[in-house]
Design a protein around this ligand. Structure first.
Ligand SMILES: [Zn+2]
Length: 421
């Protein structure tokens, strides 16, 4: 089904309406666990669902549901998105982050791609399906979480109150469809006391970012600095880790220091092969990123991000790392991998819908990042970003290409129809 110009205008105006809320997470107030703005946004989103003639439910301000009743009570299709955003400072934007300005075929506002735009497109898609007389077999539930960006408490709370839908997708990542997501491990390695020839070592901001600047201060006051290129740890090969060159130099200066030797010879390798932790399977292989170097209480601490293949469990991977590391390891944020069978009805229906409607012949994706779908059973990520589309999420002047908004709304409509009929 195609969207006509009048419908498209209405779609753009409702995306603007939902994106007008500055719905970043804020301190709780009564009845609004993530603050007033996100709560107002949730109430407005549910009101929009009512205007379209659907039943709605507010799950205690943590999440909301818009329900399109199907004929089979036991089957349901979930569409999981989020209404919270990361903060947007108007001073850093050329276009106001909450006014929905349109220029050169783009609609600018925080949330237009992540994730209000695609979530509203899914709501609008089920409105058009209902208006066309379509009656689903599965009950369709649009589930709007209110805390995706700061801990996923919205959907976690939802799952304590509700049974998850039979199958779900989340419009919060990339097309064509992501059926596998690697596991994630963040941990610290304590590489021991600094040698006396080095006063300080530092570099990096977060485990999951490739270090773009690394610095060491030698005992005689000499400053060594190496430059790299930042990138997300899930795609570490697109960056250049500044610590590698620095650690080689330091290893030459202090060849006897075991910690620096370990980092220079084993950890400075994206594949993990030099370390001996290079897990792989037929879908993907491990990646390793040395994200942060710091001296804490005289000890050199390395913070590392590892993305591991879906056929390994978190516990297996922890054992492998411990067995190959002659220093203390402290695990921090960790996430199991996600795998939904590529031949399943869910993945195949989403993939074939995308390929047919866009005239392409792409395969389901395996990614190193984690999406919202890890929170919900039987869920995969599906759009809204098209392959090779410029990414603006979490950046100033986040925007949606209006032609793409129309295309992804049509794709969602067809996919929802096929998954729920
Ligand atoms: Zn998101």
């Amino acid at each position: 089904m195609k969207i006509n110009d009048i419908q498209f205008e209405e779609l753009v105006s409702v995306v603007k309406r939902v994106c007008s809320f500055d719905s970043a997470c804020a301190p709780a107030i009564e009845g609004a666990p993530f603050g007033k703005n996100i709560n107002d946004c949730l109430l407005d989103f549910l009101a929009l669902g009512k205007e379209y003639g659907f039943e709605t439910e507010n799950v205690d301000g943590y999440a909301g549901e818009i329900i399109f009743k199907g004929t089979d009570e036991n089957l349901s299709l979930g569409i999981l998105g989020h209404l919270d955003i990361i903060p947007a400072d108007p001073k850093e934007w050329k276009h106001h982050p909450f006014k929905g300005e349109i220029e050169d075929g783009f609609l600018f506002a925080r949330g237009t791609m992540d994730d209000k735009g695609p979530l509203v497109a899914c709501l609008y898609a089920i409105k058009l399906l209902k208006d066309s007389g379509f009656v689903p077999t599965k009950t369709i539930k649009i589930i709007a979480g209110c805390d995706e960006e700061t801990g996923m408490r919205g959907v976690k709370y939802y799952l304590t109150k509700k049974t998850p839908p039979t199958i779900s997708f989340t419009p919060d990542a990339d097309f064509p469809v992501i059926h596998a997501e690697k596991g994630i491990m963040h941990f610290e390695v304590n590489c021991g006391k600094l040698p006396c020839c080095i006063k300080d070592i530092y570099g990096g901001v977060r485990a999951n970012v490739v270090m773009d600047l690394a610095t060491a201060i030698l005992a005689d006051g000499t400053k060594l600095e190496t430059e790299g290129l930042a990138a997300h740890a899930a795609i570490a090969h697109k960056g250049k880790n500044a610590s590698w060159e620095l650690l080689q130099k330091l290893h030459e200066i202090c060849p006897d220091h075991k910690g620096i030797e370990f980092l220079a010879n084993k950890v400075c390798d994206i594949s993990g092969a030099k370390w001996g932790i290079d897990a792989k399977d037929n879908l993907s292989q491990l990646t390793c990123n040395l994200g942060v170097l710091r001296v804490v209480d005289g000890n050199l601490i390395a913070t590392i991000d590892i993305r591991f293949p879906v056929s390994y469990t978190l516990e297996q991977m922890k054992d492998i790392v411990r067995a190959h590391t002659p220093f203390d390891v402290t695990f921090d944020h960790c996430d199991n991998p996600l795998l939904v069978d590529k031949d399943s009805f869910l993945v195949q229906t989403l993939l074939s819908t995308y390929n047919q409607l866009t005239n392409s012949n792409l395969d389901a994706l395996v990614i190193g990042g984690g999406t919202y779908s890890k929170q919900m059973p039987n869920c995969v990520a599906f759009g809204p970003s098209f392959p090779d589309e410029e990414e603006t999420i979490h950046m100033p002047d986040e925007r949606v290409n209006l032609e793409n908004l129309r295309r992804f709304c049509e794709i969602y409509m067809e996919a929802i129809k096929r998954l729920s009929e």
